[in-house]
Design a protein around this ligand. Structure first.
Ligand code: ZN
Ligand code: ZN
Length: 259
């Protein structure tokens, strides 16, 4: 399994770094996670054909995660995509996504490609036959809006993306069981974490990774003024977690290391 980040910013982007969004290569399948900003342009930079990727995971309704979804669908329609596209999302989010599309006069069933909605995807039945045992599932998270953590499982490795989340002891143990890696938001540093927040600090991301017994932690969803240097978040997480910690560079592939 491989991941590549298109952006690692929070709802306030910084120069050259947009909203948190990334690509997962899961067996032979390619999945976009949250729509960020201009994901298709980023795909083209990676030489991924936008008419051929397989699925989009949507985690929750905030604009930095979902806002560019209609423009992305519009672009795929203009490109005459014919390959079906799966949208993996919390069931409660489906009506809102349909409303967003309708705002621009796009309706599933009237597109060149089939658009299907589900909260999990078992790739075993994939047409390629190359993805046996791979799956994507969503598990409830803890944020200001209804949100889902997303688990990616392939034969060789497994990964939990917590999306936007307020750290709470105990909430990672079951969802992360058996996972090799975790992607956790670190919107704030401990010093800048607001008293009333629905986000986490880098230290809490480290605590989550320790609790989940993963070996690799990727940090993302940074507020631009929360840290004094790019390495500060990793150093803070390392106070609670002894495994590998990565502040991802954009547009670079990272391999999820299996046990
Ligand atoms: Zn966000
Ligand atoms: Zn959010």
């Amino acid at each position: 399994m491989k991941i590549c980040f298109f952006g690692t910013s929070s709802a306030i982007p910084s120069a050259g770094n947009g909203y948190t969004s990334f690509i997962v290569k899961l067996g032979a399948s390619i999945v976009l996670v949250d729509t960020g900003d201009n994901a298709l342009s980023r795909m083209l930079e990676l030489e991924i054909d936008p008419t051929q990727f397989d699925a989009i995971v949507l985690t929750h309704e905030h604009a930095d995660h979902l806002g560019s979804f209609p423009a992305l669908i519009a672009a795929l329609e203009c490109m005459n995509r014919s390959k079906p596209l799966r949208i993996i999302l919390p069931p409660a989010l489906t009506p809102r996504v349909l409303k967003l599309l309708a705002l621009f006069n796009y309706y599933p069933g009237q597109l060149h490609f089939e658009l299907s909605f589900a909260s999990e995807w078992n790739l075993t039945s994939g047409a390629s036959g190359q993805d046996g045992g791979a799956r994507i599932e969503q598990l409830p998270g803890n944020h200001s809006e209804f949100t889902m953590m997303t688990k990616f499982v392939a034969e060789e490795a497994s990964l939990l993306y917590t999306s936007d989340i307020r750290y709470r002891p105990g909430q990672y143990t079951a969802p992360a069981r058996g996972c090799d890696a975790m992607i956790h938001e670190a919107t704030y540093s401990s010093a800048t974490l607001p008293v009333e927040t629905r986000h986490s600090s880098a230290l809490e991301a480290g605590m989550a990774a320790h609790e989940a017994s993963v070996r690799q932690l990727f940090l993302c969803h940074f507020q631009s003024d929360a840290y004094t240097s790019p390495t500060e978040a990793a150093e803070e997480a390392a106070r609670a977690f002894g495994g590998s910690i990565t502040v991802p560079r954009l547009m670079r592939w990272y391999t999820i290391q299996a046990k």
